[in-house]
Ligand binder design. Sequence first.
Ligand SMILES: *Cc1c(COP(=O)(O)O)cnc(C)c1O
Length: 376
Amino acid sequence: MKVPFYLHNLEESDIERIDNVLRSPFLTTGKVTGEFETKFAAYLEIDHVVGLTSCTMALFLALKTLGVGPGDEAITTPISFVATANTIMHAGAVPVFVDVEKETGNIDASKIEAAITERTKAIVPVHLYGQMADMKAIQAIAKKYGLLVVEDAAHAVESSRDGYRSGHLGDAAAFSFYATKNLTCGEGGALATTDADLAENLKKMRLHGMTKNAADRYHAKRYEHYDVEMLGYKCNMDNLHAALLVEQLDRLDSLNSRRQAICERYESVLGDINAVDFPKVLPGSKSARHLFTIWVDPQRRDDILWKLQEREIGVAVNFRAIHLMKLYRERFGYAEGSYPNAESISQRTITLPLYPKMSDEQVDYVLQALREIVTA
Ligand SMILES: *Cc1c(COP(=O)(O)O)cnc(C)c1O
């Protein structure tokens, strides 16, 4: 592979930290998890973080704990990883899609009001590719109609928009530490919120609804009984995964500068190639630069994708529209033509490699290959 799709930035010091946990008696949720939660909350400038096993579980638990359930609708975007809409269904509610902005691929806040019914309970925006959705507009709508806002911030650890970060304006924001995300521990997630009650409930919901976890019992001088207050799940972040995350936080901003530089190099060249377009980062918005995607002729998309692969360039597709997946077509009767901007992106998008370890030579190799392929 000349340019792999993704390489992580874990270092020896991260491995040492996990090594220390392995040599300690305590592997599950404990001190290191707490250390990560405190540090991540400080990084996000938010009051509470709860460590979980995935962003999927963070979205699900937030919806469930905030009271989204059967009979409710939740408004979301068709351009996301399927977890966003799936978790709305897992909570028992119906996902209602709203089309995206042509320029950014983010949910179009100006179209949300038209989708609100008396069953609408929540809005679940996604901060696509690292650029936050228009949270100020979304929060204003939520306030007007008394709706909850749960942000899918899987791409948006480092992001800000209009001075706000992920989780600042919504009721909760869900983060992913999946293998290819900007901040990773292989599999992991977290929920960030300004709501102390939600955070406290989530700490129970992540572990069967128990009032004390193993660390509480282990560190108590005398055994203390736990009670079960609610029907919870099993998705608590353990000390091992947390160990990988703690120090990465210190490096995030410098790694993000490198991502930004790579994107600028991509954009300056692609700006001159007519056959290639790409999402715009808006003024007032700092993108986490999680994914760099391009938009090409829909007739040629798959061909271009395969030709990039033939040249040993790692590629992906983020994302094909959720409403046109078999499950969603069959369950809700969605068909082509429902969300034109989303469908257009779905048919045209290709994700190029983007990670701090990519060299300028590799970026140029991708650009040269792309130029030759699209102009052939
Ligand atoms: C990766 C991703 C998720 C799911 O994250 P997990 O931690 O794997 O559950 C959710 N939403 C978006 C937009 C993602 O990219």
